[in-house]
Ligand binder design. Structure first.
Ligand SMILES: Nc1ncnc2c1ncn2[C@@H]1O[C@H](COP(=O)(O)OP(=O)(O)OP(=O)(O)O)[C@@H](O)[C@H]1O
Length: 372
């Protein structure tokens, strides 16, 4: 799904690279936390995956595409398979909740029938089924982030990138967001999330990649935020059943398209296909699916079940010697002025350049889909 091969990223006018010789691989269906102090290179990693930047050396392969050989013209198509969520939500303030979610689909030319089904479905998924007509400023921060997640998911991306999605939220609201992300991951979407939130990282026990000053310090299959265990790079195994769930997601997509256009016989065939895949998925992955809590979430501990226990991992044959000795709790500190300025300028860029530029193409351009 994602592969970094000896990736170094240097920015003009900086003495030290933002990323130095980074190597890791993310498999389909994984949930990966990127942790590290402010300035350690987390956002740079996400920008490389989204092809908002290119590596200075090394290779970034995402969804089967080498981002260096992907042309700018085809990049918008590539990005359609990647949802992105940011700390500052980035909603279009002049549009309603439903219009925000629909906008991405309109930009990429989805049919009206598809949009009509997909938008309420996405809002329902994040618990905002009743709020489609509200304006963003009428929502709480947590609700705005849920809209942003619905928007990121509405086109059923294979990969969701989240850059500190709970950074502007209080702890209880953050729990809601993490629960939604855990549920999204349980339905097969790969998630890479940059975060400073030690609590969630410790509690969820997912894979943790730790960066420090642009270097990869730790890659733990089931890590905590401040884990100081021996540093090693592990080859992750495929998450159980993730491929099957991804297959279901794909079939449901087809079914939704079909139900908008096809005749009764085709619809019935699509329905049978869904049921067959659902059966397989249920058998294969049922134990790993995260069930939403029956009660409203009241505490961090009760909210997000940790990942299932793993069979003992084989030691990595080429385990690197320990480079990390200390947890990076300093990441909790407020971001520097420079970092805040950068964050703001990125936001302005996104709003100004707009989703149309990110995702839209001229008519007649060729579709570029993922190859893996
Ligand atoms: N466009 C840029 N030009 C110059 N330097 C940059 C640029 N973007 C990032 N950097 C530098 O690269 C390093 C890594 O930055 P990055 O934003 O990836 O860190 P981060 O871990 O995401 O930090 P934060 O948690 O504060 O968002 C920092 O030293 C930063 O100043």
């Amino acid at each position: 799904m994602i592969r970094f091969e000896h990736v170094t990223k240097r920015f003009k006018g900086t003495a030290k690279p933002a990323l130095s010789d980074i190597d890791f691989e993310v498999q389909r269906g994984e949930f990966v936390f990127l942790v590290g102090a402010s300035g350690s290179g987390k956002s740079s990693c996400l920008r490389l995956i989204l092809r908002e930047d290119l590596p200075s050396s090394g290779r970034v392969v995402a969804l089967g595409r080498d981002t260096k050989t992907l042309t700018s013209r085809r990049t918008p198509y590539f990005r359609r398979n990647i949802g992105a969520v940011f700390q500052d939500f980035r909603l279009l303030q002049s549009k309603t909740v439903a219009q925000n979610v629909a906008f991405t689909l309109q930009v990429i030319g989805r049919s009206r029938a598809f949009i009509k089904d997909a938008v309420p479905e996405a809002l329902e998924r994040v618990g905002l089924a009743e709020m489609g007509k509200r304006m963003p400023h009428e929502l709480s921060g947590g609700e705005q982030q849920r809209v942003a997640i619905a928007r990121a998911l509405v086109n059923r991306p294979q990969l969701l990138l989240a850059d500190e999605p709970t950074g502007n939220l209080d702890p209880t609201t953050s729990v809601d967001i993490m629960r939604i992300l855990a549920e999204v991951n349980a339905t097969g979407t790969t998630i890479v999330m940059a975060t400073h939130e030690a609590t969630f990282v410790d509690q969820m026990q997912r894979r943790v990649i730790e960066l420090r000053e642009g270097e990869l310090m730790r890659d733990d299959r089931r890590g905590g935020y401040g884990d100081t265990s021996v540093v090693q790079t592990l080859q992750p195994e495929a998450e159980r059943g993730a491929a099957a769930i991804a297959a279901l997601t794909a079939v449901l997509d087809v079914q939704r398209e079909v139900s908008a256009t096809a005749d009764a016989q085709t619809k019935a065939a699509a329905q049978r296909a869904v049921e067959a895949v659902e059966e397989v998925v249920d058998e294969v992955v049922h134990p790993t699916v995260v069930a939403p809590p029956a009660e409203p979430v009241t505490s961090v501990d009760a909210a997000i079940p940790p990942a299932e226990p793993l069979p003992p991992a084989e030691p990595a044959p080429s385990a690197a010697p320990a480079r990390a000795a200390e947890p990076t709790r300093e990441a909790d500190a407020a971001p520097s002025d420079a970092s805040e300025r950068r964050r703001r300028s990125r936001r302005v860029d996104h709003d100004a350049i707009g989703m149309v530029d990110r995702l839209g193409l001229e008519s007649g351009d060729e579709e570029v889909g993922p190859t893996s």
